[in-house]
Design a protein around this ligand. Structure first.
Ligand code: ATP
Ligand code: MG
Length: 261
């Protein structure tokens, strides 16, 4: 592992120069009797925020799992900074906030301990924390507005606060690629703005690449540099202004989202 990564900077990309952060080529994946993704090809440039939009069941979470090597595709390839997903994860190149985080509320673990888990990839197997680890956790807690609640049990947070705690864990990891599956679900407007602002700051200050799935169309144009509309296949991809048209959105969401946004 390079020393760059240990500095906590997202410039610690362990990749061939010029490699795109994410390259998905002709990816197909699914479950018994379900074709979730069909020949999906996506490229996300290093240092950009890409929003993945799609209706319920359009394959967003399956795509994230395939990107991480947690779901085996039936065809196609994934490269993160030119590496296979498992290698990229081993090298601390990617952080992930799943759509649904399993929390055992009876297990006494504090918010700051959860956030410290994001640092495990930086520690040796003794898991001894160093000042850089504590600093990264403090900063991440501050960025998501949870410093005051750091000693609370994770099971004692509201749903929206818990989402922010898991985001802080990913921020503390300081990987050059963040995969966030529905980070805005269940959070209020203020938290959504705070999260968007944190992501833009990470992109601008450390060159972090962010792939984020969301249903919230309002705000996407402001947040994202690139947008992908997914419905089992890629329906459209490009700049927000090109992709977020009535016609394209109608194709991917039907009437549902137009009524709610
Ligand atoms: N574990 C599973 N077993 C069988 N089918 C699954 C499983 N997980 C997802 N699916 C199916 O695969 C398809 C894609 O699901 P996926 O969860 O990737 O969609 P999504 O875009 O993330 O949806 P949402 O917006 O509701 O989170 C859907 O048809 C879904 O029912
Ligand atoms: Mg999902």
């Amino acid at each position: 592992m390079s020393t760059d990564i240990d500095t906590g900077s997202a410039t610690g990309v362990d990749a061939p120069p010029g490699a795109a952060a994410v390259v998905v080529d002709q990816l197909s994946a699914g479950y018994p009797g379900v074709q979730a993704l069909d020949e999906v090809s996506i490229t996300v440039g290093t240092g950009s925020i890409c929003a993945l939009l799609g209706a319920n069941g359009s394959g967003k979470s399956t795509l994230f799992k395939a990107l991480l090597g947690l779901h085996r595709p039936t065809a196609g390839t994934v490269r993160l900074f030119g590496m296979e997903p498992t290698k990229a994860r081993r090298r601390n190149q990617v952080s992930y906030v799943p759509q649904h985080e399993q929390v055992d509320t009876s297990f006494p673990i504090s918010v700051e301990q959860v956030v410290m888990m994001g640092r495990y990839g930086h520690m040796g197997f003794t898991r001894r924390t160093r000042p850089a680890d504590r600093q990264a956790c403090d900063q991440a807690l501050d960025q998501v507005g949870l410093s005051q609640l750091r000693r609370r049990g994770i099971g004692e947070l509201s749903g929206g606060q818990r989402k922010r705690a898991f985001l802080a864990r990913a921020i503390a990891q300081q990987a050059p690629l963040m995969l966030l599956d529905e980070p805005f679900a269940g959070v209020d407007r203020g938290s959504e703005e705070l999260i968007s602002s944190v992501l833009k700051t990470l992109r601008d200050t450390t060159g972090t690449t962010v792939l984020i799935s969301t249903h919230h169309l309002a705000g996407v144009e402001d947040l994202a540099d690139e947008v992908v509309l997914l419905h089992q296949r890629v329906l459209a991809a490009g700049l927000p202004g090109e992709v977020l048209t009535e016609e394209q959105l109608g194709r991917s969401f039907g009437a549902v989202l137009r009524e709610t946004n």
